[in-house]
Design a protein around this ligand. Structure first.
Ligand SMILES: [Zn+2]
Length: 105
């Protein structure tokens, strides 16, 4: 499994350095079973998965094998999807629930 970290995600880690250990643990677990751990999002966040780190605090990510299986690569904001192997996870961002669901597209 390959992992890519978006700028907003890395910024989130710096901003929430106090729970860095928990974030790292969760990232590792998501890389082991991205589909089982993630809750698929709907609407304009279709294709994205969210996984809680702690109460009201989530990681948002894309799993490219799932992007393609759905066949909605144009809807899913997975920019360079065709250039990545199936087994790629893109960690998009992390933060408090309400902030994280406010992804700019
Ligand atoms: Zn993708």
């Amino acid at each position: 499994m390959k992992a890519k970290f978006e700028k907003a995600f890395l910024k989130g880690i710096r901003k929430h350095a106090g729970i860095k250990k928990q974030i790292e643990q969760k990232v590792r677990r998501i890389m082991e079973c991205p589909v089982e751990l993630g809750e698929p999002l709907k609407g304009n966040l279709r294709g994205f998965y969210s996984c809680p780190i702690k109460r009201n605090f989530v990681i948002i990510y894309l799993y490219c094998a799932a992007c393609r299986k759905r066949g909605d690569a144009e809807i899913v904001a997975c920019s360079d999807c065709s250039a990545t192997p199936d087994e790629t996870i893109k960690f998009v961002l992390l933060g408090p629930h309400d902030e994280a669901y406010n992804i700019q597209q």
